[in-house]
Design a protein. Structure first.
Length: 611
């Protein structure tokens, strides 16, 4: 994206094989939107519903999956099986009717899922089918945009960005390459609103745009900072702010949403707020949609839009909580950076918002939260010299939709080279997350969308960057004094008890992140899956030998089931993400499991059988 300031230097010369690049041939290998939605629903049913109830079996290169209450038997072909049960599907889904197999489209499969969950829980969710349809529409829009951008003359092509040696473009391309989203979420690309409106701001279509700027009288601005220089990220956007006013950047989509709010209209009419219009350097949408980047600073805005599970709004406690965490974690993060120099955490040192008084003189909540913007450190502040950051979710994607995909980083590499790359990455990723939990009572949330893999000029991992303090929590036993000093409405959402925190760490680190990147590597070398898991175990053992093996680590190494967040059931029950439950997956980490599977490509059925 050449219109953004490039503060990262040159990108590595990554291979872009024609069979995986932005060519018509590569596009033909991607699933259709219909297939992607159907496969995602099957993933969720396998993990959360039919699998735990022993209603699935792998046989003859296919998965059979029964919805026992709805009385439907489904079938799909497999590209590859998985030791964790996270199989790779291919082609259409079929259902058994009168002894024959008939193709079932994504709409009918969504209806079957809706019916099964209604019968299982005794309640209905009338939003569910609409949200799946929204996700399907978003995937369709993204695929259409990719087809247009893949034209050789298009300057937005990921391959073109890499060929130009532009690190910033390579990074942004990775953020904007997630066409299909989380493959274990029933509505990974669902967004409220008209696609014609949100597509102007969507990362999947390469959106980059100027911010909307408001000048607000100083006494009507609320802000906090852990470092006063952090506010420069906001103030530097415009130089035409009248005296006595402060600059408040706004996401243009959010401004459109709130522009008719009566209190805002009145403030604009009397001159307490001045609409300066769009301006300044353009910001690019990152994978989260609402967090934008201009090459220097990340700005995390509120959006009154439901994306996947929830409205992406910066609640008041999240605004204060981000700054509070940046303050209280300073010593812990400094310790982790010193012990594990190949890792760093992007702080969130400031926020600013609009505090227009409503009835009773209290700031109107809708405007306070709706215009809240969190400043996150930019890449130049933490990035190791000479490295290119790539979104982990793009590296680990099931399909090579961008130039950051592992198939590009390891193009032409043999199995041993892939294993060496994997070990180097695990050494960077696992130890700091485990030490954060065990030594500092700090629950990082290192899922694929919260981690940047920083690679050197040869495409080898050299650093990991963790981000998004919204998901970072404190274990009360370690931080009683700190939490007691904070307002209860800030301290409460900032905590997990020790067990819930451990489940979150293991899920994000091993199930969401490690298992998915491992799966992408196993797609390149199908016979290496057990060896890849063995490298995970070796890294965990090495950590335990060096830093101690508390009971939870011992249980992990013994192969206790792994927690997987129940995204389907959470969405069905309309719960907040914080309240999500977990299902337990058979672990591939036990020594006897790994020893018995060396070289195996087809595991036994670990979820029971459909008979």
């Amino acid at each position: 994206m050449p219109s953004l300031t490039d503060s990262l230097g040159s990108a590595p010369k990554l291979s872009t094989p024609p069979e995986q690049g932005g060519t018509p041939h590569a596009r033909a290998n991607l699933p259709t939107a219909d297939e992607a939605v159907a496969h995602t629903l099957l993933n969720c049913l396998l993990r959360e519903v039919s699998g735990p109830e022993h209603q699935t079996v792998v046989t003859d290169g296919r998965l059979l999956l029964r919805l026992p209450r709805r009385g439907v038997l489904l079938r799909v072909s497999l590209r590859r099986t998985s030791l964790l049960g996270a199989h790779r599907f291919t082609g259409p889904v079929s259902e058994q009717r009168d002894g024959d197999w008939t193709e079932v489209d994504w709409r009918r499969l969504a209806e079957y899922t809706h019916d099964e969950l209604s019968l299982r829980t005794g309640v209905r969710n009338e939003e569910f089918l609409e949200q799946i349809a929204s996700s399907h529409e978003a995937v369709s829009t993204s695929l259409a945009a990719m087809r247009a951008a893949s034209d050789p003359a298009s300057p937005s092509s990921s391959a073109s960005a890499l060929a130009a040696g532009d690190r910033l473009s390579a990074y942004l391309s990775s953020e904007q390459s997630l066409l299909f989203g989380h493959r274990f979420h029933p509505t990974p690309k669902a967004r409220t609103g008209d696609p014609r409106a949100w597509s102007a701001y969507a990362p999947e279509v390469g959106a980059s745009f100027p911010l909307r700027h408001l000048a607000v009288r100083a006494h009507l601005v609320a802000e906090e900072h852990a470092d006063p220089t952090a506010l420069h990220a906001l103030d530097r956007q415009r130089t035409d702010v009248p005296e006595g006013y402060r600059l408040l950047p706004a996401h243009p989509w959010q401004y459109e949403t709130l522009s008719e709010h009566p209190l805002l209209r009145a403030a604009l009419d009397r001159g307490d707020v001045i609409d300066l219009g769009p301006g300044g350097r353009p910001f690019a949408a990152t994978a989260s949609v609402r967090t934008l980047y201009d090459g220097e600073s990340f700005l995390k805005f509120s959006l009154n839009v439901r994306i996947t599970n929830c409205l992406r709004k910066n609640s008041s406690y999240e605004l204060s909580g981000a700054v509070a965490l940046t303050r209280v974690l300073a010593s812990a993060l400094a310790d982790l950076a010193d012990r594990f120099p190949g890792s760093a955490v992007l702080r969130e040192p400031a926020y600013r918002t609009l505090a227009l008084p409503g009835p009773g003189g209290i700031p109107d909540r809708a405007l306070f939260e709706g215009f809240g913007v969190i400043v996150r450190e930019g890449l130049p502040q933490r990035l190791a010299p000479g490295t290119t950051p790539l979104l982990a979710a793009a590296v680990a994607d099931e399909y090579p939709t961008g130039a950051a995909h592992i198939s590009r980083l390891l193009a032409g590499a043999d199995e041993q080279s892939a294993l060496d790359w994997w070990s180097a990455y695990l050494d960077l990723l696992l130890p700091p997350v485990l030490a954060a939990y065990f030594d500092h009572g700090l629950v990082l949330e290192p899922h694929l969308q919260n981690v940047l893999i920083c690679v050197d000029s040869d495409g080898r991992p050299a650093q990991v960057l963790f981000r998004d303090l919204e998901g970072t929590k404190l274990v009360p036993d370690h931080h009683a004094d700190t939490l007691a000093a904070l307002p209860p409405e800030v301290a409460g959402p900032m905590t997990y008890d020790a067990q819930r925190g451990w489940d979150r760490v293991v899920y994000c680190l091993l199930v969401n992140h490690v298992a998915e990147l491992l799966a992408a590597l196993a797609d390149l070398h199908p016979g290496a899956e057990a060896a890849l898991w063995a490298r995970v175990r070796t890294t965990l053992e090495s950590y335990s030998e060096r830093f101690g093996c508390p009971p939870r680590m011992a249980a992990l190494l013994a192969g206790v089931p792994l927690p997987a967040k129940a995204n389907l059931l959470t969405r069905w029950e309309r719960k907040a993400d914080r309240e999500a439950g977990y299902v337990r997956l058979p672990s591939p980490l036990a020594e006897d499991v790994l020893g018995g599977r060396a070289g195996a490509q087809v595991p036994r059925d670990t979820t029971g059988g459909a008979r």
